[in-house]
Design a protein around this ligand. Structure first.
Ligand SMILES: [Zn+2]
Length: 445
């Protein structure tokens, strides 16, 4: 029991701080004994990443936690007023997933359950799905998954792109899941599209014939290098896409590379076999994130729960973040590099801060006492953005912390955070070879 608890704590705290190698990850899952061997190593990592494992610092603040009610916020909290801060312009709309539709590229350490579970889907659904096709146990880095949930957060449909041309779809039926489609496409076409920015990148890209998905892919590929909101008229993109065809019809497209020419400078993002994008020298510019918004790890006083019913009315009142019981005046840290998009008071969230990281990620920190940042300010990972408090609709001192991916809230404790993946050895040589050819094509135009 203790070993299992410790195991959970360690793997939870560890996700997202680093990309775990799948072998290490599966070792964590099958052999609790191994954990003790790894523990000493893990301690060093926690110390250097300004973050402690769950349960561990639990809790020198006994007096404080004992005086807190079980939930740190009233259950009937309506947070609609602060949702308005989320969607700001067409850039946000473009990067948003449709509600309950999710896309994901498999990376190091992923399993089907840890990918889907961060959206608060019941484990039973995932188990049923794997029962339908055991191959789902063996996801490979770079494969694409997309799935839809219904309003009760039940899995309805999953698409698994196993390789460029092979797609398998699974659908929920009354008796579990069944394979609804299995396709192999082997005809590919490549195409370069030029987009010259005129007023808005998104409109210009649409006029040039790119689909919403293709536009999203371009924004994601360059998000750590450039801010799409700061593009100017005349900035020029060359976008290389590969199409899979079936019976003469385009079935799906994949972004292979992008060049942006912007005031005498070129930016490149080229796709590697792992599905990630690197610059022309093979460097990964992805921002690193911390798991927790405080130096120490505090007790969770209310968990992330998108299916939380009000015990009296039965109405679903999602709790879109996690509450940490933090004493008033504790420094609250930005979990990643980003730009402050909100720093103000709201009657429900109290004093709160929202940070945008790249174009896909956003974090929010609520019920604060003192705000230390202004809208438009750039912050670094670990920078103090506020002092914690008990403001707004709150029943005790705590920090309510949220992570949003593509404008959807995910569980901050299990979220698959962006992480750096360095290309080394043969992978790096292959990448540089391929990138050279793609860059030649992009520069020809
Ligand atoms: Zn909360």
């Amino acid at each position: 029991m203790y070993a299992q608890k410790k195991l959970n704590a360690i793997s939870l705290a560890f996700y997202g701080l680093f990309c775990l190698h799948p072998i290490i990850l599966s070792a964590f899952m099958v052999a609790p004994l191994i954990v003790s061997i790894f523990s000493s190593k893990l301690h060093i990592s926690y110390a250097s990443s300004a973050s402690l494992p769950i349960n561990r610092a639990q809790f020198k603040n006994n007096q404080i936690s004992a005086s807190l009610p079980k939930d740190s916020e009233p259950l009937d909290e309506e947070s609609s007023s602060i949702e308005d801060d989320l969607l700001k312009d067409d850039m946000d709309n473009a990067i948003s997933s449709e509600t309950n539709v999710h896309d994901y590229i498999v990376t190091y350490g992923d399993t089907l359950s840890n990918i889907i579970n961060q959206y608060d889907v019941e484990l039973a659904d995932i188990i049923q799905l794997i029962r339908c096709d055991r191959r789902l146990h063996n996801l490979h880095i770079g494969q694409k998954l997309s799935w839809t949930l219904n309003n009760k957060h039940q899995l309805q449909h999953l698409t698994w792109e196993r390789s460029h041309g092979e797609i398998r779809c699974y659908e929920r039926t009354k008796k579990g899941f069944k394979v609804s489609l299995s396709l192999k496409m082997d005809l590919f076409q490549r195409k370069i599209t030029t987009v010259i920015v005129n007023t808005s990148f998104i409109n210009s890209a649409r006029l040039a014939g790119l689909s919403t998905k293709e536009i999203q892919a371009v924004i994601k590929s360059l998000q750590w290098q450039i801010d799409f909101r700061k593009l100017r008229d005349g900035d020029r993109f060359e976008i290389l896409t590969m199409y899979a065809m079936l019976n003469g019809k385009k079935q799906k497209s994949e972004l292979l590379g992008v060049r942006l020419h912007n005031t005498n400078k070129n930016y490149y993002a080229i796709r590697a076999v792992n599905g990630k994008f690197y610059d022309r020298s093979g460097s990964d510019l992805t921002s690193r994130f911390m798991r927790f918004p405080t130096v120490k790890k505090y007790r969770v006083s209310s968990s992330f729960n998108l299916r939380r019913p009000n015990p009296i009315t039965g109405k679903i009142i999602p709790h879109k973040g996690v509450d940490f019981a933090v004493p008033i005046g504790t420094p609250v840290l930005a979990i990643g590099d980003g730009e402050i998009i909100v720093s103000r008071f709201s009657s429900t969230a109290g004093k709160y801060v929202a940070i945008r990281h790249g174009h896909q990620y956003m974090t929010r920190y609520m019920h604060l006492n003192t705000l230390l940042v202004k809208v438009g300010q750039k912050v670094k990972r670990g920078e103090h953005i506020a002092l914690s408090g008990n403001t707004g609709r709150s029943t005790g001192p705590h920090v309510h912390f949220e992570i949003w991916v593509n404008n959807q809230a995910v569980n901050p404790l299990t979220a698959r955070l962006p992480c750096m993946e360095k290309l080394t050895g043969k992978n790096r040589r292959n990448y540089l070879d391929k990138a050279k050819k793609i860059i030649l094509q992009l520069n020809k135009k």
